[in-house]
Write a protein of this length. Sequence first.
Length: 163
Amino acid sequence: MKKADRFLIGIVIGIVLLVAIAVIVTLRQPPPTYQPEESPDGVAYNYLLALQQKEYARAYGYLSPAIPGYPANSDAFAHTVRSYSWSFRFDEDTAVSISDTQINGDTAVAHAAITRFSQNEPFGGNTTTATFTLELRREAGAWKIWSGTRYWARCWENETGCN
């Protein structure tokens, strides 16, 4: 066997090993978990994670009942999320993070980011990050989401809701 052939076989075996290691590392990553709900950043993160996981009843529980157009129940909430899907878009390769939270008494603003990873080419991809805010209020000792610039239906801000 020629020296060049052995070298080429070594490269191919190396590439196969790297791909296998990448697959194993990806599959062994733990799924995202919910955070404690004592802080506004925990509530904001949990709301976004529940939406991403399509756990609409849980996400609904993080909304403030004082919102003018508060959905009547979790089914109405889920219907709104599906109807306004462009506002609640989560791709498969999406990561949610809360960068910081500013608390002022019983109100808070959580600064969040959604990062989308896309694979466009065999050896390259694209990453986009969108930042937004969620506004929270402490109600009866619990933090609740009052408003948002994304992952939010503007019709909830109207007395008539999302009919």
